[in-house]
Ligand binder design. Sequence first.
Ligand SMILES: [Zn+2]
Length: 191
Amino acid sequence: MQSEKRKAWSKQYYLRNRERMLAYSRKWQRENPEKLKAIWERQRKKDPEANRRKWREYRMRNPDKVRATVKAYRARTRDRWLAHGREYYRSHREYYASYHKAWVAKHPQEAKAIDAKQYALRKGAKATGRVTAEDWAGIKRQYAFKCAICFRRKKLERDHVKPLSKGGDHTPSNIQPLCRSCNSSKGNRLI
Ligand SMILES: [Zn+2]
């Protein structure tokens, strides 16, 4: 009976002083970050599942806060993870190369479109320009699958009618199909 009474009393006390106690607890946490960390660590080890659940709930209650914290952390450690990424890429270069090769083999049209776009960007084309694999197929169809200069039916390459180096855009309307020999003899001239 005594303990029941005490429990009720302490509950009342807690409810009456809730704000004050929370403020005190927050202040203590701010002033003792190391101790707080140690407590968290102990709790995490004692009941990892409960800990995960608590974090999940916290993240759901405070999405903006969590996002801001993560963003700040990423910015603070930027050099470290960039270096880590570079190092990881270096030590897995063969894996990436074979992965890339397999992707290109499986998606030849898309790979060519991406190559052409990257080439165009290097030449200074506007980044907004876009020629997809479908665009290219449509352009070739328009030219009846023939070279736009010699009209021979050969393997066709994308050529910029107005060269990128002269301010041409990497857009479907500026692309024509040329055979390899016409393309290499055309060079940077307009046609
Ligand atoms: Zn030709």
